[in-house]
Design a protein around this ligand. Sequence first.
Ligand code: ATP
Ligand code: MG
Length: 199
Amino acid sequence: MRIGIMGGTFDPIHLGHLATAESVREIFDLNEVIFIPSARPPHKTDKQVTAAAHRLAMTILATRSNPKFSVSATEILREGLSYTIDTIDELHKKFGETAELFFMVGADMLADLSHWYHAKELVEKCKFVATTRQGSTADIEEVEKFFGAERMKNINLITTPGLEISSTDIREKVKAGKSIKYLVPEEVEEYIGETGLYL
Ligand code: ATP
Ligand code: MG
């Protein structure tokens, strides 16, 4: 089994997340991709991150039409600060220790990976796929120095078409009464309209 994991706040999920997950799925020949919305970090207030139930609902709506995509509420149910390493352990229990897990991160997150909880152990337990936009080069020298050559085999850097979409931008557009059509799936656009999120 080869399983992709797309973690994020998904506030809201957008076509950048979905297109990236689909292209990584193809490149790495993954059996499926699991989207895992994160719990609201304890230090953030209601105003800063939308309630988990909404983020989960939008993630389910956005991925429903792709049979290779699924959603896990594990980090939301765990509440509080979720460590990726706990999620990875849980997935290994579910799919077996031989399952290969590929955790997707934007290149911006890669630079930060050495600060993650039990980072070195994490990189031994699962593979990372860091996506950068065409033309941009990630500074991975620091990353290499920290993890060492052997662990670096588990960190893949790939370029994907540059989808200049961010959740921040979408929230701002909604607030300003602007269209978010073609930036999020239709179902998500409708959900945001019906619930009045981000107004
Ligand atoms: P925000 O603007 O609120 O920070 P975001 O758009 O960055 O939101 P997140 O939920 O924070 O979305 O991101 C989840 C994961 O998806 C991260 O690994 C992030 O690097 C990656 N990501 C975010 N936007 C894109 C995009 N347009 N293309 C590819 N990957 C993305
Ligand atoms: Mg972000």
